[in-house]
Design a protein. Structure first.
Length: 195
């Protein structure tokens, strides 16, 4: 289990490019999205669906965790839970530190307490997708495409910059690495008495 983790290492190079020194690129990408939105307004409805937190949480966390738990795959369920919790939790900690304004100064329902960098809507789904893809290689395309659609929807709706997505990807990678490549998962398994 978790042997194919290395296939996701390519993310690190692209994440570094997205995060560091690309503020002007963020602005150009945002301007391009605004032009495309004028030509294809119907895509906004799809973006709103993928961006809706309960939908992505159900598809990438509740559904696989429930199936794995019913099938007796408690270790995989725990890996999914830990990875998502670490990724999203660390995203909110980093948001508090950076406090980057959202595109156009938009506010979410959390008001000024919420910031743009990094995207927790990217960190959670990609952490889930990495674990799902490793446990169920047959659904790797679906899991990664779904997580990508969630991340892209955040940029499309002008709630995040592209570099925010890169930050979320980095946190997802680090969270899943911590869970699958260190003693965190075996320690949690032992603590919970799963094996």
């Amino acid at each position: 289990m978790f042997e194919s983790f290395g296939i996701f290492s390519f993310l690190l190079a692209s994440i570094g490019l997205m995060i560091f020194g690309l503020d002007s690129w963020d602005q150009r990408a945002l301007a391009g999205i605004q032009r495309i939105k004028k030509k294809h307004p119907a895509l906004t409805l799809s973006a709103q669906l993928f961006s809706w937190t309960p939908f992505s949480v159900f598809m990438l966390f509740i559904l696989p965790a429930s199936l794995w738990w019913m099938l007796g795959s408690e270790v995989e369920t725990l890996a999914l839970f830990l990875s998502c919790t670490i990724a999203v939790g660390s995203a909110f900690i980093v948001k508090f530190v950076f406090h980057r304004a959202r595109p156009g100064g938009r506010l979410t329902r959390y008001g000024e307490l919420d910031s743009s960098f990094p995207s927790a809507h990217t960190a959670g789904p990609f952490a889930a997708a990495i674990i799902i893809a490793d446990v169920l290689p047959g659904v790797v395309i679906f899991a990664l495409c779904f997580a990508t659609a969630v991340a892209a929807s955040r940029v499309w709706l002008e709630l995040h910059f592209v570099s925010d997505i890169g930050g979320g990807l980095l946190l997802a990678y680090v969270a899943t690495w911590l869970v699958t490549q260190t003693e965190l998962l075996p320690t949690a398994i032992s603590f919970l008495g799963l094996i």
